[in-house]
Design a protein around this ligand. Structure first.
Ligand SMILES: Cc1cc2nc3c(=O)[nH]c(=O)nc-3n(C[C@H](O)[C@H](O)[C@H](O)COP(=O)(O)OP(=O)(O)OC[C@H]3O[C@@H](n4cnc5c(N)ncnc54)[C@H](O)[C@@H]3O)c2cc1C
Length: 311
C-alpha cells in the first residue's frame, strides 16, 4: 500500500493534525477497514467516541478545509491504492449501543445492522429481519438507504441525529427530510449519522428468528464470499444490474487482481493482496461494455474514495 500522495496539500493536513492532537492518527491503513480489504491509507484518521469529539473534528475541518470521508463498516466503499488525502472519520464503540423502548428502537451510528436485526427479533419486534444480510453500520445503512428482501431502511426509520463536520452541533432530522429513495439519501459527505430511530411492529420472536435464518441461508446460497462490497451497480429501473452484466457476457471477466463473480455478476471480487485500482478499472470496463453491448448506462452504488473522480 502506498502513502497518500494527492490532495489539499500537506500544510492543511499538518495544521489539522496539530489541531486534533491525539484525536487523529496519521497514515492509518484504511483499505483493511473495508470488506474489499484493498486500498491505501488515510492521511488522517479519527475514531470519535462522543459528540464532543465530533465537535472538535468540526472545528479542525472548518479551520483547514480538509476533505472528509465518514467510514462505517466499509461494506460499500472502495479506497484507492494511493489512499485518501484527507480525514477519515470512523465512529468508535461509544456510538454502537442499541436501546429498545416498546416498539421504538434507537441505535448508535456505529451499531452493526446484523446485530440490530438479531436484537430486535429477540425482543419480539418485526421489520428489520432482512438487515441481518447487510454487513454495514446504522450510519452507512441510513446514508445508503440500504435494503433487501423487499424492504429498505426508509420503511422503518423515524429520524436520525446528525453532526455536520461543516458546522458542528448535533441536530435531529426527520426521516421525511432525508430524501430517501432507492440506495439514496440527501446525507452529504460532511454529515455524520450518530444515531437513528426505527419504529417496528410487535411480532413473534420465534417467527422473526426463523426469518433471519432464512435470510442468512439465502445469502449463503446466492452471494459469493471473499473480498467484495456487495452490489457494485444500482439496479436500473425495471431491471437488475447483475442480469445485464451476465447478458453482456462478463461473468468471470478479469482485470489483474479483480474479477466479476461467477456466482453473482453484480459482485466484483478482489484477490487476496489485490489492488483497488484493478477493481476500479474493472468497474469502468464493465460499465463501458454494458453500455456498448446493451445500451444501458449503469450507475455505481459503491462509494469510491481517493480516486480522481471522487465519490
Ligand atoms: C456481502 C455484502 C452484501 C451486501 N448486501 C447489500 C444489500 O442487500 N442491500 C444493500 O443495500 N447493501 C448491501 N451491501 C452494501 C452495504 O452493506 C450497505 O450499503 C451498507 O449500508 C453500508 O454500510 P457501511 O457501514 O459499511 O458503510 P460504508 O461502506 O463504510 O460507507 C458507505 C457510505 O455511507 C457513508 N457512511 C458510513 N457511515 C456513516 C455515518 N455514520 N454517517 C454518515 N455517513 C456514513 C460513507 O461515507 C459512504 O458514503 C452489501 C455488502 C456486502 C459486502
Amino acid at each position: 500500500m502506498s502513502v497518500v500522495s494527492r490532495g489539499p496539500g500537506a500544510a492543511a493536513i499538518e495544521q489539522a493534525a496539530v489541531l486534533l492532537g491525539p484525536l487523529a492518527e496519521r497514515g492509518r491503513p484504511m483499505g483493511e477497514l473495508t470488506t474489499y480489504r484493498v486500498g491505501g491509507r488515510a492521511a488522517l484518521f479519527s475514531q470519535p467516541d462522543s459528540v464532543a469529539d465530533l465537535e472538535r473534528l468540526a472545528v479542525a475541518v472548518g479551520a483547514t478545509a480538509i476533505p472528509v470521508v465518514v467510514l462505517g463498516k466499509g461494506s460499500n466503499l472502495l479506497v484507492a491504492d494511493s489512499g485518501f488525502a484527507g480525514l477519515c472519520v470512523r465512529l468508535a464503540d461509544g456510538f454502537a449501543r442499541v436501546e429498545i423502548d416498546a416498539d421504538l428502537v434507537r441505535a448508535g451510528g456505529a451499531a452493526a445492522y446484523p446485530v440490530l436485526a438479531r436484537r430486535t427479533a429477540a425482543a419480539g419486534l418485526s421489520g428489520l429481519e432482512w438487515a441481518v444480510g447487510i454487513p454495514g453500520s446504522v450510519g452507512g445503512a441510513v446514508r445508503m438507504n440500504a435494503g433487501g428482501h423487499g424492504a429498505q431502511t426508509s420503511d422503518f426509520l423515524v429520524d436520525c441525529r446528525i453532526v455536520s463536520l461543516h458546522g458542528g452541533a448535533e441536530h435531529l432530522v426527520a426521516a421525511s427530510a432525508l430524501d430517501l429513495s432507492y440506495r439514496h439519501s440527501s446525507i452529504g459527505p460532511y454529515d455524520v449519522v450518530t444515531e437513528a430511530s426505527y419504529r417496528l411492529e410487535y411480532g413473534d420472536a420465534a417467527l422473526s428468528t426463523a426469518r433471519i435464518d432464512e435470510v442468512v441461508r439465502w445469502r449463503r446460497e446466492h452471494q459469493p464470499g471473499g473480498q467484495n462490497a456487495g452490489s457494485v451497480f444500482a439496479n436500473p429501473p425495471g431491471d437488475a444490474a447483475g442480469r445485464l452484466i451476465e447478458e453482456a457476457g462478463l461473468k468471470g471477466f478479469r482485470i489483474g487482481s479483480a474479477v466479476v463473480s461467477d456466482r453473482h455478476a453484480n459482485f466484483i471480487q478482489a484477490d487476496p493482496g489485490g489492488s483497488a485500482d484493478d477493481v476500479k478499472r474493472l468497474i469502468d470496463e464493465v460499465r463501458a461494455l454494458v453500455a456498448e453491448r446493451l445500451g444501458v448506462e449503469l450507475r455505481t452504488e459503491l462509494r469510491l474514495v481517493g480516486f480522481e473522480e471522487g465519490s
